[in-house]
Design a protein around this ligand. Structure first.
Ligand SMILES: [Zn+2]
Length: 426
């Protein structure tokens, strides 16, 4: 399912050094890398020369600290390697191009997935090709022409120009249930046209790039961690509000996936709010309140005039009506947010986070009402808890940026890189 770009990043030690340099956006001295990595000065020096040659890092002057020779500052070249992120959400398809720091270089939101997944995939591939051409990016498999001895212009001799804007691969975020190892989206309830879609195989065949699949909530939280440069020692609880609600938790900078990447499926969390019986047989399950279609139905049943045909459009109309003060719309939104707060309360007790982030397209649609209400309803129990509440500012791109970051994480992590290669040999 993966692996052609592995050789480009190099050995365990090279990945280790590169990760240390990447984690210091302003640069890090070669001596600090030696101390932090536990590698010898000679090894670090050799690796740094190789990374400089390949254009992954650059020198950023020298630093004098105490007696002895000044030490060279090394800095990542964000433009050297890029990845693509794709988020398949029932409300939209988002494609982003991210640099080596996980920053979005460009992004496009396409219309929502349809019943015809193959046609959707064609739209996605066309958009990827458009973005690569627009930004003069080179897929990794086209790279051999640029290797030492040849400059980027194709001229031989002289000092070779290190390659830039080399696209390593694609990270895909999609709703559960999904099979990450097989690279298949299984049966997400809001994506009927995409059931059993072998997305990894299809995208690899269409683009020639390695593809990685992960769950949307895992990706969105990873996007928040990378984009927000969140301290890795924090435990972060993330609540994702789309057609349904999902959650993710990270510790030590990494998202907890569970045994089959399905951790965080909270649709049947008992909210304690009375309502009709859920299809699972219990009462007051979270999804009875947080399914966006339910929220719209509640509003229309109570007299709000909203067409429920196009769900993202209906949620926007509902939000606008609630904002205007339409009583039925406001009650439906309030019921939704009350359940969100109940879920946050339970999940915060389970996971003991230092930071809570709420995001997703339905949250974005319900702003600023959502932030006001969630803040007001959580203020009491958050006070003095040591936990802070935040609302995602990445908008619809969060999942796609996170998917690109997950791909980078897999590519650059020394530990995981090794395991990936071990899997490749098996
Ligand atoms: Zn249930």
């Amino acid at each position: 399912m993966r692996g052609t770009s592995m050789a480009d990043i190099g050995s365990y030690n090279e990945r280790l050094v590169l990760q240390m340099i990447r984690a210091a956006p302003m640069g890090i001295s070669q001596s600090q890398v030696v101390r932090g990595s536990g590698l010898s000065r000679q090894t670090v020096s050799l690796i740094a020369r190789r990374l400089l040659r390949d254009g992954l890092i650059e020198t950023a002057g020298q630093r004098i600290s105490g007696p002895g020779k000044p030490t060279t500052i090394l800095r990542i070249v964000a433009e050297s390697r890029w990845t693509i992120g794709l988020h398949v959400d029932p409300a939209h398809l988002t494609v982003v191009l991210c640099d080596l720091q996980g920053e979005a270089v460009d992004s496009t939101t396409l219309a929502a997935p349809t019943e015809d997944a193959s046609a959707d995939l064609d739209r996605i591939v066309t958009e990827i090709e458009r973005l690569l051409a627009l930004h003069d990016a080179t897929p990794i498999h086209a790279l051999p022409d640029l290797l030492p001895g040849h400059s980027a212009d194709g001229e031989e001799q002289g000092v070779p120009t290190p390659p830039r804007r080399v696209v390593l691969g694609i990270g895909v975020a999609a709703p559960a249930p999904l099979d990450v190892a097989a690279g298949v989206i299984r049966t997400p309830p809001w994506l009927p046209g995409w059931h059993q879609m072998p997305i990894v195989e299809r995208l690899e065949a269409a683009t020639g790039l390695p593809v990685l699949l992960d769950k949307d909530t895992n990706a969105a939280l990873t996007g928040e961690i990378w984009a927000g440069h969140l301290p890795s020692e924090q435990t972060v609880l993330y609540l994702y509000l789309s057609h349904g609600a999902g959650s993710a938790v990270s510790a030590d900078g990494r998202v907890h996936r569970g045994g089959s990447t399905q951790a965080g499926e909270i649709g049947h969390l008992p909210t304690g709010l009375t309502d009709e019986r859920c299809r699972c047989g219990r009462y007051g399950c979270l999804n009875l309140f947080t399914d966006a279609r339910r929220m719209v139905e509640r509003a229309t049943t109570a007299g709000a005039e909203i067409s429920p045909d196009d769900l993202p459009g209906a949620v926007d109309a509902l939000a606008a009506a609630a904002q205007r003060g339409d009583a039925a719309a406001l009650r439906a939104v309030e019921a939704h947010l009350q359940a969100v707060v109940a879920a946050l309360d339970i999940l915060a007790r389970v996971h003991d986070p230092q930071r809570i982030i709420v995001g997703g397209p339905v949250l974005a649609a319900l702003q600023p009402l959502a932030a006001q209400q969630i803040r007001a309803r959580t203020a009491e129990w958050l006070e003095g808890s040591g936990c802070s509440l935040h609302f995602s500012e990445l908008g619809n791109a969060a999942g796609a940026i996170g998917a690109a970051c997950l791909f980078l994480e897999e590519e650059l992590s020394p530990r995981r890189g090794l395991s990936a290669r071990a899997r490749g040999r098996a």
